[in-house]
Design a protein around this ligand. Structure first.
Ligand SMILES: Cc1cc2nc3c(=O)[nH]c(=O)nc-3n(C[C@H](O)[C@H](O)[C@H](O)COP(=O)(O)OP(=O)(O)OC[C@H]3O[C@@H](n4cnc5c(N)ncnc54)[C@H](O)[C@@H]3O)c2cc1C
Length: 404
């Protein structure tokens, strides 16, 4: 392994791989991407891979839109296969949130997102099996869908390597070295590396590394779960067999998986974990029953489905549920962490932003000021016009289900 680099990127999930690729694209020759385990070993392998732009705050929506453009143009922008399937996305909310939905859709349109409101008739045209009441309202985004998170991350890391970045797997960064108030290098399990720039892209594992250079990151490690179940025979088969359905009213979501399964998840179901690596929390029949039950509110054919497989994965949660993308601490240190369970779709764009911050002095792909670390200290978090859960589902899932 080289013992000096222009930029050291810590972590080869989607974020670090994208930072490395975008640095190489912008002409940085000497990029070293260090990964303790393997490419896409953790969150970026286990993600649901939803690629959506419906958010209830504009800064995240802008980043998600910028990310979606990458998935839509993957072969030209990256190469390889990210497995993007454009299914469209239906975002359902509870009745008391219809005004909020109208407001959010107006904001999203201003951001440039292709989305519109749909009522029950159009919903049934889109998804013949869906159960909706006569006064129901949803937002539809035709360009959204899902991608294969591991394939996406590998394609990004491969592209970085093709442009000259060096990827080292099995190498752990153990400390950031400073000289005066500047970054001077990193200590690693394979020896020291001199560098003037370090990008932390290692999720909740970043907390102790940043802490050792005086930077307190408000990030909590949590585990979230997914289950994969047989798709009802009345629904279309295939990888684009149904839309991504994000049912805020009932706290659940689903997308197709392979030809004849569907993924089911609960938007706010999170297990606290002692450290970011302890996310394999085992099967939870309670979660599986609830996720299937809540998806079955809209698609009754899922009721009582057996679980084909299930897994859990780590998320790195910040107090406002939005990422930290910033320069902070010693000069030369950049943060791309705290993705809060929503970083996959934005990963390509976040990588571009961070590379632009290093090479061009500022992000041009999407504004990142709102994502600065200091917002927590300054009492200026990103505020979301988030949706509530319907009373009948709050009784099943508990009240704490606001999500953006
Ligand atoms: C079950 C689940 C479902 C999700 N669904 C979605 C979704 O539908 N859409 C969406 O946009 N997002 C989703 N997310 C979130 C998304 O997957 C993550 O935000 C994203 O993958 C984070 O990427 P990352 O590169 O920051 O982290 P990771 O992929 O975890 O990568 C961090 C890497 O850093 C490495 N590392 C740690 N410490 C060190 C060190 N000291 N030295 C070297 N390497 C180190 C780790 O080994 C790891 O490989 C989901 C997440 C989970 C778990």
């Amino acid at each position: 392994m080289r013992n000096s680099a222009d930029v050291v990127v810590v972590g080869a999930g989607i974020i670090g791989s994208s930072v490395a690729y975008n640095l190489a694209r912008l002409g940085v020759r000497d990029v070293l991407l260090l990964e303790r385990d393997g490419v896409a070993a953790h969150a970026s392998r286990l993600s649901a891979g939803l690629v959506r732009t419906h958010y209830s705050n504009a800064p995240e929506a802008r980043l998600a839109l910028a990310g979606t453009r990458w998935f839509e143009n993957w072969s030209e922008m990256v190469g390889g296969d990210c497995g993007f399937v454009r299914t469209g996305l239906i975002n359902l909310v509870t009745r008391s949130d219809h005004e909020k939905l109208r407001r959010n859709v107006a904001v999203l349109k201003e951001v440039g997102i292709d989305t519109h409101l749909v009522g029950p008739e159009e919903l049934v045209e889109l998804e013949p099996d869906i159960r909706v009441a006569e006064d129901e309202l949803a937002a539809y985004e035709p360009r959204s869908g899902y991608a294969d998170p591991a394939a996406t991350t590998h394609a990004m890391a491969d592209a970085a390597r093709r442009l000259g970045a060096e990827l080292r797997e099995g190498v752990e960064v153990t400390a950031i070295r400073t000289r005066g108030d500047r970054v001077a290098g990193v200590e690693t399990s394979a020896g020291p590396v001199e560098t003037s720039h370090v990008v932390l892209a290692n999720g909740a594992w970043s907390v102790p590394l940043a802490g050792a250079v005086g930077l307190e990151l408000p990030i909590r490690a949590l585990a979230i779960r997914l289950a994969f179940v047989p798709r009802p025979s009345t629904m279309r088969a295939g990888r684009a067999g149904h839309a991504v359905v994000l049912d805020r009213a009932h706290g659940a979501y689903t997308r197709p998986e392979e030809d004849d399964l569907s993924l089911v998840g609960l938007v706010a179901f999170r297990d606290p974990i002692a450290d970011p690596g302890a996310y394999d929390v085992g099967r939870d029949p309670g979660f599986e029953r609830q996720a299937i039950g809540q998806v079955a509110v809209r698609f009754p054919g899922f009721a009582g489905a057996s679980v084909a497989r299930a897994h859990s994965g780590p998320i790195d949660m910040t107090p406002d549920g939005c990422a930290i993308i910033d320069r902070a601490g010693p000069e030369g240190l950049l943060l791309a962490v705290g993705m809060s369970g929503s970083g996959f779709k934005k990963g390509p764009a976040i990588g571009a932003c961070v590379a632009e911050m290093i090479v061009e002095g500022g992000a041009r792909t999407s504004p990142v000021h709102a994502f600065r670390l200091g917002r927590f200290r300054d009492g200026d978090p990103i505020v979301s016009d988030a949706y509530a859960i319907a009373p009948e589902s709050a009784a099943v899932l508990g009240p704490d289900n606001m999500v953006h």
